[in-house]
Design a protein around this ligand. Structure first.
Ligand code: SF4
Length: 477
């Protein structure tokens, strides 16, 4: 092939035989993996199989299997069967594990049996990066990741009821068709009648199965049953109006370097109980006593903000705008100015709303503020309340929320920073995972899988920030 670049002849003999080292240059990320894993104290991290058995076939060292997994997750090869193949043909992996090629079952068993230890390795890497965390702003967010469980294999009360209605409607339709067929007197009608009877019998069997499932769903603690992955749950996905059967992955990302400093996997479909736990995890992981935690409205929860008080965590979360008055164009709570010194609100008409006396049987932790006369003659009343008096409800720890609002007012860019920081890692992780997201089942295993993804993400991020050589030197020191 004249004027094209020619490949090497397969039969060409080399004067000096090549070694695996010749194929892995000094800037190859596998060198970081090698150094990082070799520096770990795998026994202290809790890996099983650190002491070889006295008899039987020698086992693979846990560091070999950890290297295979970490290499796989860095290169979007997560399945144990594909990793088995890669170990046999991939020169980088051959270099990393010395041409060892465990079978897929050994590889899969390692991940299954060392979940907690693998999660510790992920935390260890973040600890290693601690010296980077000078600032202390983290962005927290959650995203729904698909489980192995198909939507059709997940049952909720609404789904079972809907299915029953469908089957009942089909039975009724076939019964009407059967009546009609019975009235006709012909061979064709007779054959049709036979087919319809079979269909009705089939639907009645389906109805029995749906009724049995209804019982299972009602007996389940959260009234939901997933057949393939029992821990997966149907969750609403924001803005799409659809539901995903999967897990809610929470991450806290450092705003300066975009490292995932903490993560968690839950099967609760909402975020409002995750602010304090994630912020504390991030605080511990970064080693910063004072951190600012940015999150979106889904995390707004008074008790969560209160839990952060005095802990060094300063949450910044916008308030939820769920007032029905807002939709009707009425003044919202934000239009009423609170005066902490005098403990009253000033309304848009300038009246001072004072605290009503608590009733003797009052058990709730909030007070009401109102003006006993101004509302009756107020010219703005039609824009304020359809009732006789406008009352403002105030939680007894509302000052905590007011302080958070102050922080947000002083940080107008906070939600922009949050979005730029935390949404990108989710997009990247989902692209790496492919269409199916998680490959394993049950919460424990999914947590391990997520830790491997997060570790791979952080490793890539650090390689990009530092470069291979400096990062290896930093790991060794
Ligand atoms: S209706 Fe009452 S609370 Fe509302 S603006 Fe008028 S005086 Fe103020």
């Amino acid at each position: 092939m004249h004027r094209f670049i020619d490949g090497e002849d397969r039969m060409q003999q080399a004067l000096l035989p090549h070694s695996l080292e010749d194929y892995v240059d000094g800037e190859n990320p596998v060198r970081v993996l090698e150094v990082f894993i070799d520096e770990l104290d795998l026994t202290a991290l809790g890996f099983s199989g650190m002491t070889p058995a006295a008899t039987g076939r020698p086992a693979y060292h846990p560091s070999t299997l950890l290297k295979i997994y970490l290499y796989g997750y860095l290169n979007r090869v997560q399945s144990s069967r594909r990793l088995e193949r890669e170990a046999q043909r991939n020169i980088e992996l051959m270099w990393l594990v010395g041409r060892l090629a465990p079978d897929f079952k050994t590889i899969a068993d390692f991940r299954r049996n060392n979940g907690a230890a693998i999660q510790s390795v992920c935390r260890q890497f973040v600890e290693l990066c601690r010296r980077l965390f000078t600032g202390a702003v983290v962005a927290i967010d959650g995203s729904k990741f698909k489980a192995v469980n198909n939507r059709d294999k997940n049952y909720t009360v609404a789904k079972v009821t809907g299915r029953m209605e469908q089957v009942n409607a089909s039975i009724a339709r076939y019964l009407r068709a059967l009546d009609q067929a019975d009235r006709e007197e012909s061979d064709i009608a007779e054959a049709k009648s036979g087919r319809l009877k079979e269909k009705i019998a089939g639907l009645r069997r389906q109805m029995q199965a749906v009724k049995a499932m209804e019982q299972r769903v009602q007996d389940a603690p959260d009234q939901q049953v997933s057949l393939t992955d029992p821990d997966a749950r149907s969750m609403a996905t924001s803005g799409k109006g659809t539901a995903t059967v999967g897990y809610n992955v929470q991450i806290a990302v450092d705003a300066e370097h975009h490292l995932i400093v903490a993560h968690e996997v839950t099967n609760q479909g909402y975020d409002r109980h995750q602010l304090a736990p994630m912020a504390f995890k991030a605080q511990h992981a970064t080693g910063c006593q004072q951190i600012t935690a940015l999150a979106d409205r889904g995390y707004f929860n008074g008790d969560q903000v209160l839990s952060c008080e005095g802990t060094g965590v300063a949450p910044v979360v916008p308030k939820t705008l769920t007032s029905s008055g807002t939709k009707r164009g009425l003044f919202t709570r934000q239009d009423f100015i609170y005066d902490a010194e005098h403990d009253h609100y000033t309304c848009p008409a300038g009246a001072k709303l004072t605290k009503a006396k608590r009733r003797a049987d009052h058990t709730e932790d909030f007070d009401f503020y109102r003006h006993l006369s101004a509302c009756f003659t107020c010219p703005l009343k039609s824009r304020c309340t359809p009732t006789k008096l406008r009352r403002i409800k105030r939680w007894e720890n509302e000052d905590v929320l007011d302080r958070m609002q102050d922080r947000l007012d002083r940080m107008p860019e906070a939600m922009g920073v949050r979005r730029q920081t935390v949404e990108h890692p989710f997009g990247t992780l989902k692209a790496w995972m492919g269409a199916t997201h998680f490959l394993t089942r049950t919460l424990d295993k999914v947590r391990t899988e997520m830790s491997l993804h997060v570790l791979a993400y952080n490793l890539k991020r650090m390689i990009r920030i530092f470069g291979v050589g400096p990062l290896m030197a930093a790991i060794r020191t």
